[in-house]
Write a protein that binds this ligand. Structure first.
Ligand SMILES: [Zn+2]
Length: 274
């Protein structure tokens, strides 16, 4: 098999921020992002791997010290938006204002320029492709949000499966779609998050191998709370609770295995953007 380097990405948000709970209620939950982030930094440090951290703007404003720590450890810093809102439910004006604030928060915390964006809930769909124009206009050089599957919350089923160039807001950008494994004419999501915990590890490994055998890189994504199985249990709508809490105990061991089985680097190095 060719020696392909894949993109390792972290959607850097606290455990309660990706649960469709309004930001106005976030204050009542225990913040665990610093501890979970430091644990993740140790795992990556032990494996000697660098990643891209797509940091939520609200996290960067409240905990700039952990964002600085991530940057100082040699990882790439990107943006995950400001308030973890589904982009297709926002107006372009609100998206632009939040994105400016999110970019400013990460750049101020770590003193680096942000090149890349990952949408909350992968919510750049056919209804919200306008968001790419705004990202291009604000100087973002690449996006990694489009998931070529159909999910109740996200997906562009017929989108390209491999990185490609596009022009957004009059600027050249690259899109690195979330990786899928093509099985029996269907795109199967294997690239991380809940799928990494629900399917046996061998499914991810076989999927990654099959992508790398085509000579192309895959992208893997994870959240810090997925290696923090002790985070609080709260009542959630069942469709959210079943995936959020599923098999959290297995994540860290599987991540360590994945980092042994494949080569990884930050996304900007894989798609050659600077
Ligand atoms: Zn997220």
């Amino acid at each position: 098999m060719p020696d392909i380097t894949n993109a390792l990405t972290i959607d850097f948000e606290d455990w309660y921020q990706g649960l469709e709970i309004p930001p106005s209620e976030w204050g009542k939950f225990e913040s665990r992002i610093v501890g979970a982030g430091q644990r993740l930094l140790r795992i990556l440090g032990d494996a000697n791997v660098k990643a891209t951290f797509f940091v939520l703007g609200a996290v960067a404003e409240r905990h700039p010290e952990i964002v600085r720590e991530i940057g100082a450890a040699g990882h790439e810093l990107g943006t995950h938006g400001y308030s973890h809102t589904l982009i297709y439910n926002q107006s372009p004006e609100v998206f632009r204002e939040e994105m400016k604030r999110a970019l400013g928060a990460v750049e101020q915390a770590a003193g680096v320029r942000v090149l890349g964006h990952r949408a909350p809930f992968f919510s750049i769909t056919k209804k919200s492709l306008w968001a790419l124009d705004i990202l291009g206009d604000l100087g973002v050089r690449y996006d990694s949000s489009i998931f070529p599957v159909m999910n109740y919350r996200y997906g562009i089923e017929d989108a390209p499966r491999w990185p490609y160039d596009l022009v957004a807001g009059g600027h050249e950008m690259r899109e690195f779609p979330i990786s899928t494994w093509r099985v029996l004419g269907k795109n199967v999501p294997i690239a991380g998050g809940a799928y990494f915990r629900i399917f046996p590890y061998l499914v991810t490994r076989t999927g990654f191998r099959s992508i790398n055998r085509t000579g192309r890189p895959a992208v893997f994504y994870l959240h810090p709370w997925e290696i923090d199985p002790q985070h609080p249990r709260i009542d959630l709508p069942r469709r959210i609770a079943t995936t959020h809490y599923f098999n959290l105990k297995a994540t860290e061991g599987r991540l360590v295995r994945l980092l042994r089985d494949f080569h990884f680097a930050p996304m900007k190095e894989i798609i050659n953007v600077s």
